[in-house]
Design a protein around this ligand. Structure first.
Ligand code: 1DF
Ligand code: MN
Length: 345
């Protein structure tokens, strides 16, 4: 810890991939073997574009040693929670996905073993095979020491509110580890309208896709069935906290009028789950107003720091966040202690 600072900085949404994953993606793209225009649009670009930004991203996703540690040191990041970059194995054919999740988790465990004071990790899993995913989550947590699970929103257009995926929630709840629901590109029905104006990616489409996924999970009653389950969402809660009041109001209005077969009354209001089953990070948003807003409406103990390396590596953002006008105890919760508790660091 540097002088003048009484907190560690723990970054909680930090992406990596084994180099082999870029090879798998290149093949999926070349052979157009995948029915997901969001993936083809995003990774078709990132896999081969020669720009400075995309080259930086490729070079640093696959590095978990000298370059990444040097960047963490330069930005003053003490520890990182590493997770397989989106969409991870969720775009791969089922058998490939199951095998690659195991490979990626072993690869990450090796990296953590080389830098045990700097990294912890989240386990990848393949929802394409829910039973195998639950088993791999258990192996990765109990044998490899992973501190949670990473899921990149939809899996080939399917969402975790579908009960066939609930073994994943069951495993996470039983193991007492959180699931980080990271963005994926919007599903193939939403993608064209967003991509037409360049809005499919991190600028907006990621939040539309991922915020919807979280709401699907809430209204499906997942937290009534798994009341101790904890889910983490980035990008200042994919904007959901801002309209928390309206989500509650309209959920109540719709359930009272019985308008939707798929929207049944829940035990509690949506905002209750947002306050007791969700954790939030500021990934990609180095801006105090929405961070303080979430601390205010959700709770100081549920708002955590994330950089979103290597997609958004700006050491100056760390200084901006250090300088936030915020009580010292709340800033320490944000940068350090909330992550330590949730990820058992
Ligand atoms: C971008 C950002 C792309 C994130 C990502 O996956 C991603 C980007 C391909 O900036 O285009 O995961 N991100 O997490 O911020
Ligand atoms: Mn991210």
């Amino acid at each position: 810890m540097a002088e003048g600072r009484d907190y560690l900085r723990i970054a909680t949404e930090e992406a990596f991939c084994p180099p082999e994953m870029l090879g798998v993606y290149a093949k999926l793209i070349d052979t157009k073997q995948v029915d997901d225009p969001g993936f083809l649009g995003m990774w078709g670009f990132y896999i081969s574009s020669p720009t400075a930004r995309t080259t930086f991203i490729r070079d640093h996703l696959v590095d978990v040693d000298e370059k990444r540690i040097a960047h963490m040191d330069a930005a003053g990041i003490d520890k990182a929670v590493l997770s397989l970059t989106a969409p991870g194995v969720q775009i791969m054919p089922k058998d490939t996905a199951v095998g690659f999740a195991t490979f990626a988790n072993d690869w990450l465990a090796d990296a953590i073993a080389r830098h045990p004071d700097r990294y912890v990790g989240l386990a990848a899993a393949a929802p394409q095979d829910p039973a195998a995913a639950a088993k791999e989550i258990e192996r990765a947590v109990t044998r490899l020491g992973m501190r949670g699970v990473i899921i990149s929103s939809h899996t080939l257009g399917e969402y975790l509110d579908d009960q066939k995926f609930w073994p994943i929630f069951e495993a996470a709840e039983a193991l007492d580890v959180p699931i980080y629901i990271h963005p994926n590109t919007p599903n193939r029905h939403m993608y064209p309208t967003l991509a037409e104006k360049g809005l499919d990616g991190a600028i907006y489409g990621f939040s539309v896709e991922t915020g919807m996924h979280i709401l699907r999970i809430i209204v499906a009653g997942v937290f009534d069935r798994f009341p101790r389950l904890q889910i983490v969402i980035g990008h200042v809660g994919e904007s959901l906290p801002f309209t928390l009041y309206r989500i509650d109001y309209m959920h109540r209005a719709s359930t009272l009028s019985g308008r939707y077969e798929a929207m049944k009354p829940l035990k509690r209001a949506p905002s209750d789950y947002m306050k007791e089953n969700l954790h939030y990070t500021n990934s990609g948003v180095a801006w105090a107003p929405p961070i303080r807003f979430i601390q205010d409406v959700i709770g100081v103990d549920r708002m955590m720091y994330a950089m979103d390396y290597p997609y958004q590596y700006l050491p100056a953002e760390v200084e901006t966040l250090d300088a936030m006008d915020m009580p010292a105890a709340d800033k320490k919760a944000f940068f350090q202690t909330n992550a330590e508790k949730l990820f058992k660091m």
